[in-house]
Design a protein around this ligand. Structure first.
Ligand SMILES: [Zn+2]
Ligand SMILES: [Zn+2]
Length: 537
């Protein structure tokens, strides 16, 4: 079996691994690269597979850095199954649509710019329609059930405790009488996080993909962090000021709402407005309420008392732009939770513009801030940031509260790893900035005496190759003498033509697909190439 590391290596975004056994190809995660022009170019690459040839995408969770390229693959011909948990499907429904909308807006913005400068224009990576179409291929499964995907390939999703529906993927692969168990940690949750359960422990694996977002950091305890937030809110109330919290729409927002509700339930703060100013966060909150079977024990107990921790009278959900703008009219103390979590897009930018320069306002950073983002500059102590073409001075109180993270810290990651029992376990450290992944892999080698490494982007590996099979067709072709190549190529041509003809015959009767302009263009292209060659001979 072969693997290729396609993303989430030496960076936190673009998570994807290509796996291959016999003629079967599939992906684990299909994430979008984020964080600046250079890295985002990778979203356009075709990789070393064609989406049409993939049988499955196994999806750990709904975050865009894991799911964001699924609509693009569907647009390019993927017709396999996207296997994930039910809550992940529900969240993907809103998140992929939202992502399609962002892609359309960005292309439109680029087009307007190009029209002025004579540039060549841009097409979106995918559209809202592509995102909607991609949902048809999702095939949800339950946690903890072993599912046979095909001969010699089984999978199980276990709770990763990171966001609603998030999973650790266990994969049993058999090929030519050999078998291995692969485990993908996905993003691992921070134990003690409200609403979701703690990450499940796994004991057995031959190979492990381990995330390392916070592989060199230690979070403060949940309790300590809650106390810090409480103090900040109390100070803001005393000064009639606002607390602005940039938060990821999924999980962080609901987590903070839960915590603020707890302060009010316990009478630690008076009832003050809590604005959730992010349409995506509002939709995500609705999905949380629908999937209460994924909640942890404490949250289920609150529900049993007839209370919904995500539905308190103080919470004001602002969907429309007008409602969002009206928040500025409220001069009293209050809390505004808005997206995006890294302050690079969305309504949070408006709130930052209104509050960064006010000495009494508080900005509370609770999530990971990627390199190159506005959030990262604020955390790193910049004196001003540029928002909507205007330089805004930073005078507000800036707080970073790591304990609300949805990711395990170094201690959490190592503790989770310590449950594996195989002394031969090989670990691929991924989903972290290069320096961080390197540090964690070294620690794993020293402390657990395991083989641990940080793969490179597009690095390929052969995990096990049954002896009777050639390692790869390309490798065999490289060895043949040139005079043989002509006949081999002819044989390939015959085989490919027959296969294509067969598939076309089947495909021709499929109605809507037969009108697909992309397919028609491809066929035109094939015809043109054949005619060209024929006329040259
Ligand atoms: Zn995640
Ligand atoms: Zn992630």
């Amino acid at each position: 079996m072969k693997i290729e590391f396609l993303g989430g290596v030496r960076t936190v975004t673009g998570s994807a691994t290509l796996l291959e056994k016999d003629s079967l190809k599939w992906l684990v995660d299909c994430g979008m690269f984020q964080g600046g022009k250079e890295i985002e170019k990778k979203n356009y690459g075709t990789g070393s597979y064609h989406p049409r040839n993939l049988s499955f995408i196994l999806l750990t969770h709904a975050h865009i850095d894991h799911s964001g390229l699924i609509p693009k693959l569907v647009r390019e011909g993927f017709r396999g199954k996207v296997v994930c948990t039910k809550a992940t499907l529900d969240l993907c429904e809103v998140m992929l649509r939202d992502s399609g909308h962002i892609q359309e807006m960005e292309a439109e913005w680029q087009n307007r710019k190009d029209r002025r400068s004579g540039g060549k224009g841009a097409t979106p990576l995918y559209t809202v329609k592509d995102a909607e179409k991609s949902l048809r291929f999702f095939s949800p499964v339950n946690y903890n059930e072993i599912i046979s995907l095909t001969d010699g390939l089984k999978v199980r999703f276990q709770d990763a405790g990171h966001i609603l529906g998030s999973a650790i993927i266990e994969l049993w692969v058999e090929e030519g009488g050999e078998g291995k168990k692969l485990v993908f940690s996905g993003d691992l949750g921070n134990s003690g996080q409200p609403i979701v359960r703690d990450p499940s422990w796994i004991k057995e694996a031959d190979l492990l993909w381990l995330e390392s977002t916070y592989g060199n950091r230690f979070h403060k305890s949940r309790e300590e962090t809650s106390q810090e937030l409480l103090k900040i809110v109390q100070e803001a109330i005393a000064h009639q000021a606002k607390v602005i919290i940039p938060a990821f729409a999924v999980e962080r927002t609901q987590d903070i709402v839960y915590t603020l509700g707890q302060f009010m339930r316990e009478g630690l703060i008076p009832s003050i407005p809590v604005y959730i100013d992010s349409p995506l966060a509002i939709s995500a909150t609705e999905i949380f309420k629908k999937n209460s079977d994924c909640f942890d024990r404490e949250t289920k107990e609150i529900l049993l008392r007839g209370e919904n921790p995500l539905d308190r009278p103080e919470i004001i959900y602002t969907r429309t732009t007008e409602e969002s703008k009206a928040i500025n009219e409220d001069k009293g103390p209050g809390i505004i939770i808005s997206a995006s979590g890294m302050c690079d897009s969305g309504r949070i930018k408006h709130h930052l513009k209104h509050h960064l320069w006010r000495e009494k306002s508080h900005i509370v950073i609770i999530g990971y801030q990627g390199e190159g983002t506005i959030g990262r500059r604020i955390v790193d102590g910049a004196e001003s940031v540029r928002l909507f073409g205007e330089e805004i001075a930073i005078k507000a109180h800036i707080h970073t509260l790591g304990g609300f993270s949805a990711h395990a810290d170094q201690k959490g990651l190592l503790e989770w790893l310590s449950h594996f029992e195989n002394p031969q376990l090989e670990v691929f450290v991924n989903h972290g900035e290069e320096k961080v992944s390197m540090e964690l892999s070294q620690l794993i080698r020293e402390r657990f005496n395991l083989k641990a490494e940080v793969p490179l982007w597009r690095e390929k590996r052969i995990l096990f190759a049954p002896e009777e099979r050639p390692i790869s067709e390309e490798a065999r072709e490289e060895e043949v003498a040139p005079e043989e190549t002509f006949h081999i190529l002819l044989r390939h041509l015959d085989r490919n033509y027959k296969r294509l003809r067969r598939k076309l015959k089947r495909w021709g009767g499929m109605g809507e697909e037969a009108q697909d302009p992309h397919r028609l263009r491809q066929l035109e292209e094939v015809n043109r190439k054949i005619e060209e060659l024929e006329s040259e001979l």
